[in-house]
Write a protein that binds this ligand. Structure first.
Ligand code: FAD
Length: 417
């Protein structure tokens, strides 16, 4: 009898879930996407900037050029399917939705974002088999110290496609990224009075959102352009808490997670969606391999999925550190970040872009689809030769030490020590 085809149940039909669906389609692996919303294209008024690590994979999928607002058809998906429970059985896994529909498959992928149900179910299964495997500490690692008001404004004179602007203020920053059609994606990020640990959350009332927008109205974006100019041209906006955190457990048995469900960053370095895309591609490479094996033991499958989780997690550690530091520098969190933002960043643009470029170049991509023309040139690993980076880093460290020593001695003198 012919072996049944390997089937993946993807929970969540946003960036990570739909990218994985497209990757599996190309790999000829069966899948179903369960999405709780009824409309896959429903917009909440935000925009996402694509970086080379993300668009290289979208280009492999053949959808990069179609992305200007065009929906890409997915073979099989269930909309309005809010997944609530996952059950392991002798043949694989089943996912149940709130309408009590049951979906059977060989592997469940949680692409269901920061409030992931899949992640909670995975923790539950893991701890019921290996008590204490997922610690309380890990379960509370996602923490929000910032809130974000975001939207898309109609074009504003003085801000042009291709600009990318970050305006830094004490405890606030404004990110502005215009699209090709001159509409302008923006995000106003504000430090909260306290940290919120998931599932603890803070919903802003309408009045608070208005106050947040009004309070920023006079802030300068660029030259004569003020935040007010974007705010009054934005028909729809939303708010969200910006949780941050990189989880340790991405996989257990036949449940595996991808995207924001296990790796949540602020938008400051525009890597949440891009790394969700690369994670989906890395996972698709493994799933394709598994699906093509005539037989595979649970141990072998575990090792392969664990390999995906470990490699991707290791890679993202650096990006998380950069993202946290960028968020705090952009919001001038303390004297050190103010100093770095004012005197270090502007004079060391190459150091940052070289470090970032190297991380991007090393991103995974689909190993079963040739790279397209768009992604073949300019992807060399940056050469190590000029040594400017090391010199710059040494100078920066020396400047910080001197500044710290000066500030310490001034404080000591004023407190009479
Ligand atoms: C203002 C703002 C700007 C940003 N800009 C950028 C940027 O420029 N570049 C970048 O790389 N990143 C950016 N990000 C981050 C990016 O949006 C996220 O990293 C990305 O959306 C994560 O994708 P995801 O598919 O993992 O999760 P999500 O986008 O959160 O999607 C999860 C999906 O799962 C569904 N779902 C949830 N629970 C269930 C369930 N139980 N059953 C079924 N379906 C379920 C949800 O409805 C949703 O469709 C930005 C974020 C914000 C807030």
């Amino acid at each position: 009898m012919e072996k049944p085809r390997f089937k993946v149940i993807i929970i969540g039909g946003s960036i990570a879930g739909l990218t994985l669906a497209h990757c599996l389609e190309l790999a000829n692996v069966d899948f179903i996407v369960l999405e709780k919303h009824h409309d896959l294209l429903a917009t909440i008024g935000g925009s996402v900037g694509l970086m080379p690590n993300g668009y290289r994979i979208l280009d492999q999928l053949g959808i990069y050029h179609q992305l200007q607002g065009v929906a890409c058809p997915i073979r099989l998906s269930a909309l309005g399917a809010h997944s609530t429970a996952i059950d392991r059985n002798s043949d694989g896994v089943s996912v149940f939705t709130d309408s009590r529909t049951r979906f059977n498959g060989d592997l469940v992928v949680g692409a269901d974002g920061v409030h992931s149900v899949t992640r909670s179910q995975m923790w539950h299964v893991a701890n019921s088999v290996d008590a204490g495997l997922v610690t309380e500490k890990e379960m509370h690692v996602l923490r929000a110290e910032y809130v974000c008001l975001f939207g898309i404004s109609r074009p504003v004179d003085g801000i042009n496609p291709g600009d990318q602007i970050i305006s830094c203020y004490d405890n606030k920053s404004i990110l502005v990224f215009p699209s090709k059609d001159a509409s302008i994606g923006w995000a106003l990020i504000k430090k909260l009075d306290r940290g919120y640990i998931l599932p603890d959350s803070a919903l802003l009332s309408n009045a608070e959102v208005q106050t947040m927008g009004q309070a920023a109205a006079d802030l300068t974006i660029y030259r004569d352009v003020r935040f007010r100019d974007l705010w009054i041209r934005t028909p729809r906006y939303s708010t969200t808490l910006l949780q941050e955190g990189l989880l340790d457990t991405w996989h257990y048995g036949r449940i595996v997670c991808v995207g924001d469900s296990v790796s949540k960053m602020t938008p400051n370095i525009a890597q949440g969606a891009n790394t969700a895309i690369e994670g989906a591609a890395a996972l698709a490479n493994i799933v394709r391999k598994i699906s093509r094996m005539p037989e595979i033991s649970e141990d072998h499958m575990n090792n392969l999925l664990q390999g995906y989780a470990q490699n991707q997690r290791k890679r993202l550690r650096v990006l998380h550190a950069i993202s946290r530091s960028a968020t705090r520098t952009h919001t001038r969190r303390n004297w050190m970040t103010k100093f770095i933002g004012r005197y270090v960043y502007p004079y060391t643009p190459n150091a940052a872009s070289r470090t970032f470029g190297k991380i991007i170049v090393e991103a995974p991509f689909l190993d079963y689809v040739p790279l397209q023309a768009l992604c073949r040139d300019g992807w060399e690993t940056p050469s190590e030769s000029p040594g400017i980076t090391q010199i710059t880093i040494i100078c920066v460290v020396l400047i910080i030490i001197v500044a710290y020593a000066v500030s310490f001695s001034l404080r000591a003198r004023s407190s009479g020590i």
